[in-house]
Design a binder for this molecule. Structure first.
Ligand code: SAM
Length: 307
């Protein structure tokens, strides 16, 4: 069943936009979201037709090593240019965060407890500000690769130093302990961020956030899943590696299987609590298109010492 009103409120355009993001304009895409029809469907990745599998299999040409190195070197610049082009207009506020991640509230041991959150790869704050609006009993650290995105966060009228500390950092390189005390964070949100990181460096990001998480604290994760429509529509010449692609604007995107993600997190010392595919359909009524979207929504815990 499609609930248009609910879906349009819930749907961040980045997820719903079946176009690669450089061509995205939120006013053009009127999309609705259909939840997966059965629970079991969400336990397996999207099933592809033989011709789709063949197309993926035949796309064997990888971007040259030289260009791949350049993309890695210029990753920060490319995200900063993305925010220069789009300012704060690209992503819609993610009001679904508290609804879908009920854990945020459940993380409190007692009702009046102040929760400390790290929004890792916060962009311009589309998760952060709806959360702060809804729940005043939060302190949020927010960081991003792009200095411009961090500036947008700081300029937001809802930003105040009592509730929020935003800073620029490369989560794969800069030690979070420079900005956040060790083991002081209850919850880390990682929303469409790990997919933007080179697979060889993903473990570095997970190890970095591990240091600031309290034992027993959680990472709430949502990102692209294997065979998402955005993956299937990449043309030959954009492939960087297995399930890893580059967009026209130089930003990159990985598409996760549940096993791959679980291994990444367990190797970095986390326990898997939830790790599920979310299958949806994005409907563009204007163009009469319906495309299958695949996301992974997961929850990982930093294991308590001595347990
Ligand atoms: C697709 S956007 C998602 C932004 C935000 N989480 C949201 O949901 O609206 C990916 C973000 O990850 C950031 N990012 C990519 N690589 C990063 C890194 N190594 N360290 C910190 N942030 C990074 C980008 O600058 C960008 O803002």
């Amino acid at each position: 069943m499609t609930d248009t009103k609910e879906a349009s409120k819930e749907a961040p355009p980045y997820e719903d936009n079946p176009q690669s993001h450089e061509s995205h304009n939120s006013s053009k895409v009127t999309s609705t979201v259909t939840p997966a029809t059965s629970k079991s469907a969400a336990l397996c990745p999207r099933v592809l037709m033989p011709e789709q599998l063949e197309k993926l299999h035949n796309d064997a040409v990888l971007v040259s090593d030289f260009k791949q190195l350049k993309l890695e070197k210029e990753a920060q610049k490319n995200w900063d240019l993305f925010y220069k082009r789009n300012s704060t207009n690209f992503f819609k506020d993610r009001h679904w965060t508290t609804r879908e991640f009920e854990e945020l509230k459940a993380c409190r041991q007692f009702e009046a407890q102040k929760l400390v959150l790290l929004e890792a790869g916060c962009g311009v704050g589309n998760c952060l500000f709806p959360l702060l609006e809804e729940d005043l009993n939060l302190f949020v650290y927010a960081c991003d690769f792009s200095p411009r995105a961090v500036d947008f966060v700081k300029q937001n009228p809802l930003y105040n130093a009592k509730q929020c500390k935003a800073f620029q950092c490369d989560l794969t390189k800069d030690d979070l302990l420079e900005n956040i005390p060790s083991e002081s964070v209850d919850v880390v949100t990682l929303i469409f961020v790990l997919s933007a990181v080179h697979p060889d460096k993903m473990h570095l990001l997970l190890e970095n956030i591990y240091k600031v998480l309290k034992p027993g604290g959680c990472v709430l994760f949502r990102d692209y899943g294997l065979y998402d429509h955005a993956m299937m529509r990449f043309k030959t010449g954009n492939k960087l590696g297995d399930n890893f692609y580059v967009r026209q604007d130089g930003t990159r995107s990985f598409f996760f299987s549940d096993d791959y993600l679980a291994q990444l997190f367990t190797r970095a010392g986390y326990e898997v609590l939830v790790n599920e595919y979310v299958l949806r359909k994005t409907v563009n009524k204007k163009e009469g298109l319906s495309v299958p979207r695949v996301f992974l929504q997961s929850k990982f815990k930093k294991v308590m010492t001595g347990t």
